[in-house]
Design a protein around this ligand. Structure first.
Ligand code: VG1
Ligand code: CO
Length: 583
């Protein structure tokens, strides 16, 4: 057995290591600077209580993007030197973000050990490769992202760090082969266990969904299916789950080979970046040669996001979580005893609110970022939750879960088509959504993203929007001057959240303009970008009248969009005449 020594390495603080909405994300060229990753990892160890490090079992894996393999070796050596007992690594370093959460919560090692946390190496939906992004975040014992209390501490530590610990003579561990490698250090044995990336996650999915009924749907000749992993880590699960377990055709998988640079693409499942899927589903500009599949879905780099499509039909993520919540008890065995409650992030549309009201469910509105759902779930207050940013999930883990969302939709389709598979016409994705609107009303919704805007200009724009909030009469003058038939603003503020479980307060979580008819405009700066600033503009309008629920959403929202651009003076501040992405 190799015996390793612990070296104390001197270092100095590096600027800008403040974790954002979901961890630290920077260009690879920033991460590869001497001590950059090391400082952050040591600062994380130092932010945890000693028993979560010394003698502990930690998971280290990610979406497989460029620099992951090097980063895993660095973290293994530092963990050994910091007295960690065991590191668990998904084969080839691959684990989706939801799978890491599942592994922390559920997996039991061969020697009965359980993990108390883990590092996820991903920059999620940001592109990968030597010139693109890398990222790292820490998840806690409950399988969820570290709460702000911890991420603040990590950041403080990065500003004062003087030293880190490293097992310099520990050889690189082969992470391509399943098995355990053991080493001997000053404090005893240290193990690295490499395990199958999909087993634990698959087991969990089988305990939640009725795989038999989904299999009947997917193997029926009437139902056609397509899944696009955008070369992200979802590919490590898709074949196993959709093809081998559930009987989908292998040809229904697109871009399911994980790649370090995501094939040069932007692994973000939306109508702009999931081009191939969008075209195949008949949503592109030109008509596809073949009849589009009945159902299509995509994931982001780390497979926690999902986009759900029907034939020539797009399901907004805000509608998706509402529809899942409305159908969960009937269609998904895990929820058969009822939902404990539901939650959404603030900018997500109020479609879920209406379902919660109808079904008399507890309801919560939290700031953007999955970490805020965790406390509610740990306290047994929330079963299903979602974000407008293509994130949907439940209390089976503490991350959003892209494949879970697809299985949830397939379960709903299987349930609605139970008696139909031999019959004439299937109940389609579009039918389900239109039926939902007819019952609950429709929340027209769109998000405009202005990516890589000058950071100073973006800050100024936000400051002006906040200042404007002090005079609603001035606001309404602008509103009415732009479009007289747009409703009036009755309340404007910056969203502030008090966690109902631990009482912690999060301020400045987005600028809101709330209208008399329930419409909303929300402005936020992204916390996940790695360069410049990204301004997000969220626009929503509720329509209850069944005669008006089938309009084109961009058309229906055009007046509100115009108002938003006027209020924010967006073009003046940024010089942009059009958003980078519309979802
Ligand atoms: C974005 C989304 C947010 C999501 C976050 C992480 O954050 O808006 O809803 O939770 O990404 O998702 P921001 O701060 O850029 O708006 V992922 O898939 O990057 O882990
Ligand atoms: Co993601």
């Amino acid at each position: 057995m190799v015996v390793f020594k612990v070296a104390r390495v001197e270092t100095t603080p590096i600027d800008g290591q403040k974790p954002g909405t979901s961890g630290l994300r920077k260009k690879v060229k920033v991460f590869v600077q001497p001590n950059y990753l090391e400082n952050f990892v040591q600062s994380t160890f130092n932010a945890l209580t000693p028993e979560k490090v010394r003698g502990a079992t930690l998971v280290v894996s990610g979406d497989g993007r460029y620099y992951s393999k090097d980063a895993i070796q660095i973290i293994i050596k530092m963990a050994a030197a910091n007295g960690v007992r065991r590191i668990w690594v998904g084969q080839n370093g691959l684990l989706s973000t939801p799978a890491v959460s599942a592994v922390i919560r559920e997996r039991v090692g061969i020697d009965g050990s359980r993990a108390s946390g883990g590092f996820i190496l991903t920059a999620s939906h940001n592109p990968g490769g030597p010139h693109e992004d890398f990222g790292i975040k820490y998840n806690m014992e409950n399988g969820g992202p570290a709460p702000e209390g911890i991420t603040d501490k990590i950041y403080e530590n990065t500003k004062a760090i003087k030293e880190y610990f490293n097992a310099e003579n520990l050889p690189d561990v082969d992470i391509s082969t399943v098995g355990v490698t053991s080493f001997q250090g000053p404090e005893g044995q240290f193990d690295v266990e490499v395990f199958d990336s999909a087993n634990d996650y698959l087991k969990l999915m089988k305990s939640i969904f009725d795989f038999d009924s989904i299999r009947k749907l997917l193997s029926s000749s009437k139902f056609t299916f397509c899944y696009d992993a955008l070369h992200g880590v979802a590919g490590a699960y898709a074949k196993r789950i959709f093809v081998e377990e559930l009987g989908a055709q292998e040809s229904s998988l697109l871009n399911c080979m994980p790649k370090e640079d995501f094939g040069g693409g932007h692994p973000d499942p939306n109508l702009t970046y999931a081009k191939e899927l969008v075209a195949r589903m008949g949503l592109g500009k030109s008509n596809p040669q073949d009849e589009p599949p009945e159902f299509g879905a995509a994931a982001d780099g780390d497979a926690d996001r999902n986009m759900i499509l029907g034939k020539r039909f797009f399901v907004t993520p805000s509608d998706s979580v509402a529809i899942i919540a409305a159908n969960a008890v009937d269609a998904i065995p895990y929820f058969s005893a009822g939902l404990k409650g539901v939650a959404r992030s603030m900018p997500t549309s109020a479609a879920l609110d209406v379902v919660a009201k109808h079904l008399n469910l507890k309801f919560f509105e939290v700031p953007t970022g999955w970490k805020f759902f965790g406390n509610l779930m740990d306290a047994g207050l929330c079963s299903v939750c979602g974000e407008e940013s293509f994130g949907t999930g439940s209390d089976h883990i503490r991350e959003k879960d892209g494949i879970w969302a697809v299985l949830a939709w397939l379960s709903i389709l299987a349930h609605k088509n139970k008696e139909n598979l031999g019959g004439e016409k299937l109940v389609t994705v579009e039918d389900i959504v239109r039926q939902h609107w007819a019952t609950y009303g429709r929340h027209y919704y769109t998000r405009y993203d202005y990516e890589n805007v000058d950071a100073g200009a973006a800050k100024e724009l936000m400051a002006c929007l906040v200042k404007l909030q002090s005079s609603l009469s001035e606001v309404n003058e602008i509103v009415k001057g732009t479009h007289s038939d747009v409703s009036k603003v009755v309340h404007a503020d910056e969203f502030e959240y008090k966690d109902p479980v631990d009482g912690s307060i999060s301020k400045h979580q987005g600028i809101r303009y709330l209208f008399e008819d329930g419409s909303r405009l929300v402005f936020r700066l992204s916390g996940t970008g790695s360069e410049g600033a990204t301004i997000r503009l969220y626009i929503e309008q509720y329509e209850k009248d069944p005669a008006k629920i089938n309009r084109d959403s961009q058309e229906a929202l055009a007046p509100l969009v115009e108002v938003a651009l006027k209020l924010s003076k967006l073009q003046e501040f940024t010089g942009r005449t059009a958003p980078t992405v519309i979802t």
